[in-house]
Design a protein around this ligand. Structure first.
Ligand SMILES: C[S@@+](CC[C@H](N)C(=O)[O-])C[C@H]1O[C@@H](n2cnc3c(N)ncnc32)[C@H](O)[C@@H]1O
Length: 197
């Protein structure tokens, strides 16, 4: 199906102008490189925002591949669905509306790729659910894992403390899990890549 790239660029520009946190170019490019040559039939994204990253990822899908993406903000869900139609990729992306903490346990699909990009305080829970649904040879990406450097520094303001604690727990779990081969890159706001052995 034809993808309207001009429309996608407009959506990206608007999101940046409105300070909607969308995937950084460098992070996207690392994900593209990591997935090059890999068959991706099923992709799960946690945190849709206005659909920008999901639309970029839709280009990486193998034939008949699909993306499920979860967003809890009602207005962003509406915007994402509108954007996805405008870009012409509605047959590839399914936006699930609601809190991922409630939606994930109801899913029983097997995914080639999971991309975690939502509430930082929930990363350990998202990991547990991702591990339940990831295929052998699958890859789990987690964005913003270094959270502006807070995760690696001793000093954290009260406001960031829960997020930092949970991001550190995520890193500990992926590093210690014998079934995962993990790298953490300083690209964007920190990207964890965990390949299932
Ligand atoms: C960083 S943005 C996602 C950006 C998007 N992946 C992109 O790159 O275009 C994070 C989004 O996750 C959503 N979110 C945060 N916690 C969530 C949760 N528990 N369940 C569902 N969505 C959540 C927020 O509303 C926000 O729109």
């Amino acid at each position: 199906m034809y993808m309207n790239k001009e429309e996608l660029e407009k959506i990206k520009k608007k999101a940046l102008e409105e300070h909607i946190p969308i995937i950084m170019d460098d992070t996207l490019s690392v994900i593209e490189k990591t997935l090059k040559g890999k068959k991706v039939y099923s992709f799960l994204e946690i945190g849709t925002a206005v659909g920008y990253s999901a639309m970029c990822f839709s280009e990486l899908l193998s034939e008949n591949g699909k993306i499920d993406t979860i967003e809890r903000d009602v207005e962003r869900v509406a915007e994402a669905r509108k954007n996805i139609k405008k870009v012409g990729v509605e047959d590839k992306i399914n936006v699930l509306e609601g809190d991922a903490v409630e939606i994930l346990p109801t899913l029983n699909n097997k995914y080639d790729v999971v991309f975690i990009d939502a509430a930082k305080g929930k990363y350990p829970f998202f990991l547990k659910e991702a591990l339940r649904m990831i295929k052998t040879d699958g890859i789990i990406f987690a964005d913003n894992i270094l959270y502006k450097g807070y995760v690696m520094s001793d000093y954290n303001k009260h406001k960031q403390r829960t997020a930092v604690r949970n991001l550190r727990e995520y890193i500990k779990e992926i590093s210690e899990n014998p079934n995962l081969e993990t790298e953490i890159l300083e690209v964007g706001d920190g990207l964890a890549i965990s390949k299932v052995k």
